[in-house]
Write a protein that binds this ligand. Structure first.
Ligand SMILES: [Mg+2]
Length: 193
């Protein structure tokens, strides 16, 4: 039985605007003159990590994330080429934010189901385990983990501040609608291989 032609789409930073919501909700918790740490993704001072978890465990926080239109345009492109659309998102391992697993599923039901009927969702702690022909993901560490086990896999990385300078021979960094044709060519290549 041949594999289906699957395109994998990350949520946070690709289809859902996690970063903007996190920054917005940090502001009331910051002391006057306090600045954001260099990254809200990598190592953070412990008090920042505690605040991030405080925000992320608020009921419906994940469910209310806004869409990222650039990522949605990529999903529509893959859908129109004929890919099975599968969402591939990391479930935070902290028990304090276990609500995210349910809310991510609900987010998909509201935002993705109308665009890609028949879509599937994988919430995992290791994206490298999951099959697909192409992965759309903003985060270098997850892209690399996935590519490592997929010698023919292709990647599209929506441009974000935290992936500036990323480069891999099988990944295109997608900077917006002016590169839609480049993205279409990658999807088509992955579909036809
Ligand atoms: Mg992401």
């Amino acid at each position: 039985m041949p594999h289906k032609k699957i395109a994998l789409f990350d949520l946070d930073g690709t289809l859902a605007n996690y970063e903007a919501a996190l920054r917005r909700d940090q502001i009331p918790l910051m002391s006057p003159g306090e600045e954001f740490p260099p990254s809200l993704h990598e190592e953070m001072p412990p008090h920042w990590e505690a605040r991030v978890n405080l925000i992320r465990c608020k009921p419906k926080w994940w469910q209310k994330l806004e869409i990222l239109p650039e990522g949605i345009a990529l999903l529509q492109l893959a859908r129109d080429i004929g890919f099975q659309i599968n969402i591939l998102t990391k479930g935070p391992s902290s028990y304090a934010t276990a609500n995210s697993w349910t809310e991510k599923r609900k987010w998909c039901h509201c935002k993705i189901a109308p665009l890609a009927p028949g879509y599937r969702v994988t919430i995992t702690e290791d994206k490298g385990d999951v099959y697909g022909r192409v992965l759309v993901d903003d985060y270098p560490k997850y892209m690399d983990a996935w590519l490592e086990h997929r010698p023919k896999g292709m990647g599209i990385m929506p441009a974000q501040a935290w992936n500036v300078g990323y480069s891999h021979p099988r990944v295109v960094r997608y900077e917006g609608s002016s590169q839609l044709d480049v993205a279409r060519a990658i999807f088509q290549q992955a579909y036809d291989r």
